[in-house]
Design a protein around this ligand. Structure first.
Ligand code: PAF
Length: 276
């Protein structure tokens, strides 16, 4: 496995290479990321993973400075799952000029976008830049970041990028908590409470599958349950899988998404459900 820090060296390393499969990350890797690498490897092409904590997608007061940087451990993990190249640039390498949003994605006032102004413009900008640097044939993104995945697929369509987007399923701890680099921020008691988020989403999807269609009532129920257990809720929302907007009457493929804070830690999760 090669560890490369600059665009120029990466370009040299990839010159004449076959098509590649790409897994962009911000490091501090866990089993969810490694699963994305497994998905990439299934394509049978050399795998490039990037590790870059992207300043452009963090808002003022968010956790950019304290986001865990664990390059050495990350490289050991990436090597163990057969990654060929790790691209780990610093911020000046990716943003040699003043950082600006190059992409204005849709739905930025919705869901996480409403609470993290500029976040998705920052994500799409860096992903587009990384796509241009790596020029992969396919790239893998996790469904845990459902809105991010949705917007990246939209960007690829709208900009006609010749890149196949592969979706990785959310990997969960035994108690249901979705794996996330931010779980390391949780205290012991917060970690014990954290699976409630997934459990409530699961119960919402079961109730919908059993015929409940009053989405607003289900959202309010889950919000109340979370708040009763000390969470500060940004949103719990039932959305259309096709548009990520509130479902139209009769729509039968939805996703329930939530973001809520336990202490200083913001957790997100989602579950899809459909019926006939
Ligand atoms: O999901 C992430 O880790 C990041 O948002 C991504 C896609 C690597 C862009 O910085």
């Amino acid at each position: 496995m090669r560890l490369i820090h600059t665009v120029e060296r990466l370009r040299d390393a990839l010159a004449g290479a076959r098509a590649t499969a790409f897994v962009p990350t911000m490091g501090n890797l866990h089993a969810g990321h490694l699963d994305l690498v497994h998905r990439a490897r299934q394509a049978g092409e050399p795998v490039v993973a990037s590790i870059f904590v992207n300043p452009l997608q963090f808002g003022a007061g968010e956790d950019y400075d304290r986001y865990p940087r664990t390059l050495e451990a990350d490289c050991t993990l990436l090597e163990s799952v057969g990654t060929d190249i790790v691209f780990a640039p610093d911020a000046a390498e990716i943003y040699p000029e003043p950082q600006t949003f190059l992409v204005q994605p849709p739905l930025t006032d919705e869901l996480c976008g409403a609470f993290r102004p500029g976040h998705f413009a920052g994500v799409c900008t860096v992903v587009l830049k990384l796509f241009n640097v790596v020029q992969p044939r396919l790239a893998v993104f996790g469904k845990k970041d459902y809105q991010q995945l949705f917007l990246i697929k939209a960007m690829v369509r709208q900009l006609n990028l010749p890149i196949e987007i592969i979706e990785g399923e959310t990997v969960r701890a035994a108690d249901g908590l979705a794996l996330s680099s931010r779980n390391t921020y949780l205290s012991e008691s917060e970690r014990a409470e954290a699976p409630r988020l997934h459990e409530l989403l699961r119960r919402m999807t079961l109730r919908m599958a059993a015929g409940e269609r009053d989405f607003a009532a289900l959202e309010a129920w889950a919000r109340n349950e979370l708040e009763a257990h000390g969470w500060r809720v940004d949103y719990v929302s039932v959305r259309s899988q096709a548009t990520l907007l509130p479902p139209q009457p009769g729509e039968n493929r939805v996703v329930v998404l939530a973001a809520a804070r336990l202490g200083a830690t913001r957790l997100i999760d989602n579950l899809e459900v459909s019926w006939h």
